[in-house]
Write a protein that binds this ligand. Structure first.
Ligand code: MN
Length: 216
């Protein structure tokens, strides 16, 4: 959905629904992507249908300027636009193929966290610790010029904290309840074993090369 604007379309999964089994079942991916994510897209389009002045604005920009949106659509865009943006990062960030960070991202991880394992542990702890529905994130903080780990509530995005998202961990129960019920830590561990680090490295490289033009 990068740089996409109204009318938004549900991005296709780029792996088969059952490709992450047994970590995440095909049934979970089917509901999560085909129902939950799709609903956020549908809702966002319905909201913007009545506000043509925002139909050319890309999703990232909408999420960065929530405060300046008309009162009537602020909460709707926050929840559904956030749902679109967060889920796009989440599903694109998963891979059936095991991988680890390399290159500039690995260097930054080692520099800031000491090791990949330590970073993963901190990201897991942050994600497990989110109260209720929300997200854990590995982000880049452009102001401090370094990586950071944070959590967001509901469908709030890292953009609201002026952070660039790199890896998303969805800890809404719809992401894991069919497979793990209340065992969020087990899901988070399994999900983090399926992060597409090659893709994450590309996002990071793009950020530090100045390829991100999100207007904070
Ligand atoms: Mn979700």
């Amino acid at each position: 959905m990068k740089n996409a604007h109204y009318p938004f379309e549900l991005p296709q999964l780029y792996f088969p629904e059952n490709a992450l089994e047994p970590a995440i079942s095909g049934q979970t991916i089917s509901f999560h992507h085909g129902k939950h994510f799709a609903k956020y897209v549908e809702n966002l389009n319905a909201i913007l249908a009545k506000f043509p002045e925002y139909q050319e604005t890309c999703l990232e920009q909408l999420m960065c300027q929530l405060d300046s949106l008309p009162q009537a659509i602020q909460i709707g865009v926050r929840n559904n636009g956030g749902g679109c943006l967060n889920h796009d990062i989440y599903f694109r960030g998963l891979s059936p193929k095991p991988s680890t960070p390399t290159g500039a991202l690995l260097d930054a991880i080692n520099q800031h966290f000491g090791s990949y394992e330590e970073m993963k542990q901190q990201l897991a702890n942050e994600s497990i610790g989110v109260f209720g529905s929300g997200w854990g994130w590995l982000c880049y903080d452009p102001k401090a010029a370094r990586l950071c780990i944070t959590g967001t509530a509901n469908q709030d995005t890292p953009y609201e904290k002026k952070l660039y998202p790199i890896v998303a961990v969805d800890v809404w129960e719809h992401a894991y309840y069919l497979d793990y019920q209340n065992r969020r830590p087990d899901y988070v561990g399994q999900m983090l074993a399926h992060v597409d680090w090659e893709h994450a490295c590309g996002i990071y490289r793009n950020i530090i090369d100045g390829g991100v033009d999100t207007p904070f």
